[in-house]
Ligand binder design. Structure first.
Ligand SMILES: Cc1ncc(COP(=O)(O)O)c(C=O)c1O
Length: 435
């Protein structure tokens, strides 16, 4: 018996799922840097309010501890007979298993460690069968929008059902291999996408689906098997594991046939005049010495989130997010960006504009006067942000900065975000607009 919600924002259960069950809840782990002091105008030091988790989240303490524990025996992987090399190899391969379980991947899915999400989408792009057409919405992050050789781009859909309808229509008109690419949670608005319904539509047309889960997995449980996704990509540095690793998980066949991502040692079985490449996707696409500590860190983050349990994590995030959004809504001239409306489910990411100020002015004032870190710009999602800002209410010249067009401010929260940071941001903006 399976239970899925269209936005997959609640824990998913499905028969045969391979995801490790949540252990009995442990306290929410701490993050490093919670006591960071930063200078503000006048030379005073204040506690840093990190509201930029969507760019890169701070390191979880258990992640830092796992890396520290692995370092004394750090050695090469897959090459050495020495004990340290065997131990490090075992840790690296265990990390693969942990990440596989974290996203509920099928037992035969490939789990390839990459540098980040961008690296993962580019790896898959290089493995698509000849002539594959990719269908992608203009709402995507550039990492998922740009790597494709041949793509059909769809306009931002006016409501979730329209996303499914537009994908249905586009896929129906394509001959040959096809891939639908979609984000699970927007890095601009935090809004959740109907990935289960989109996977269903893709498969009805004989297409595959790649889900960019970079902004989902730090906030919600994802089950690749239950959702019937073909590929998932995400980054360690957004998942509280900033050690330079990301991952691509999914069906083996395209990856086994694709050109090796890097050509070199580890990807080959033997070399005479010609190289004989590994058929297994993992060695085939992980040539050279891999980022072992990054993989160990990523796995430790997966373990820590699973051990804490999603119920506690989601409850706390939703409480803070509601407080942040209602605070912003109470300030005249502050306007939140949203594709599908106020009530649509979302993760802890909010983008907004402030009447009379450019996004850069707001971000700089928040940093220099209040010790608050946010992001400003178009968040590597230029077509989407342009679309949102072009809609009524945001298309004012005074929102302009960066490259002469328009941009927005983004605040994002996660594990370790205290209520005081949210309140400080709201009060700082109130202060700013009242001047
Ligand atoms: C939704 C989404 N996809 C992909 C990326 C790219 O991630 P990375 O920079 O780790 O490759 C980001 C980063 O902001 C993102 O938010």
């Amino acid at each position: 018996m399976s239970t899925l919600t269209i936005f997959d924002s609640v824990p998913v259960q499905a028969s045969g799922e391979t995801q490790a069950p949540a252990a009995s809840s442990r306290p929410i782990p701490a993050v490093l840097g919670a006591d960071l002091q930063v200078p503000v105008k006048g030379g005073r030091l204040v506690g840093y309010a990190n509201l930029d988790y969507a760019a890169s989240a701070p390191c979880l303490e258990p992640v830092s501890a796992a890396v520290a524990a692995a370092l004394p025996a750090y050695s090469s992987v897959h090459r050495g007979a020495g004990y340290a090399s065997q131990l490090t190899t075992a840790r690296y391969e265990q990390a693969r298993h942990t990440v596989r379980a974290f996203v509920g991947a099928r037992p035969d899915d490939a789990v390839i460690f990459t540098r980040n999400t961008t690296d993962a989408t580019n790896l898959l792009a290089g493995c698509l069968p000849a002539g594959t057409t990719t269908v992608v919405f203009d709402t995507e992050h550039h990492a998922s929008l740009l790597p494709w050789r041949k793509s059909v781009r769809l306009a931002p859909p006016a409501f979730p059902g329209e996303a499914v309808r537009a994908a249905d229509e586009a896929l129906a008109g394509i001959e040959g291999p096809k891939l639908l690419v979609v984000t699970a949670a927007s890095n601009v608005t935090g809004e959740l996408w109907p990935i289960a319904a989109l996977a269903h539509i893709a498969h009805r047309h004989g297409a595959r689906i790649l889900v960019d889960a970079a902004q989902l997995v730090p906030h919600r449980r994802l089950n690749l098997t239950a959702l019937d996704l073909d590929y998932v990509a995400f980054s360690g540095h957004k998942l509280y594991a900033p050690f330079g690793a990301g991952v691509l998980i999914g069906r083996r066949d395209w990856l086994a046939d694709g050109e090796p991502y890097l050509k070199g040692g580890g990807a080959v079985r033997s070399v005479e005049d010609e190289a004989e490449w590994h058929d297994d996707p993992e060695p085939r696409h992980e040539a050279g010495t891999p980022n072992v500590l990054g993989a160990i860190a990523l796995a430790a983050a997966c373990d820590a989130l699973t051990a804490t349990g999603w119920t506690a994590l989601v409850r706390e995030e939703e409480r803070l997010l509601a407080r942040l959004r209602s605070g912003l809504a109470s300030i005249e001239g502050v306007r939140e960006l949203s594709l599908w409306g106020d009530d649509h489910p979302r993760v802890g990411i909010v983008s907004f504009t402030v009447d009379g100020y450019s996004a850069r002015e707001v971000a700089e004032a928040l940093s220099s006067q209040y010790g608050i870190g946010v992001r400003d710009g178009k968040f590597c999602a230029h077509p989407f942000v342009r679309h949102l800002l072009g809609r009524s209410g945001h298309d004012r010249e005074d929102a302009g900065c960066e490259d002469g067009t328009t941009s927005a401010v983004r605040a994002s929260i996660g594990i370790g975000s205290p209520q005081e940071h949210v309140d400080r941001l709201v009060e700082a903006l109130r202060d700013l607009v009242s001047r």
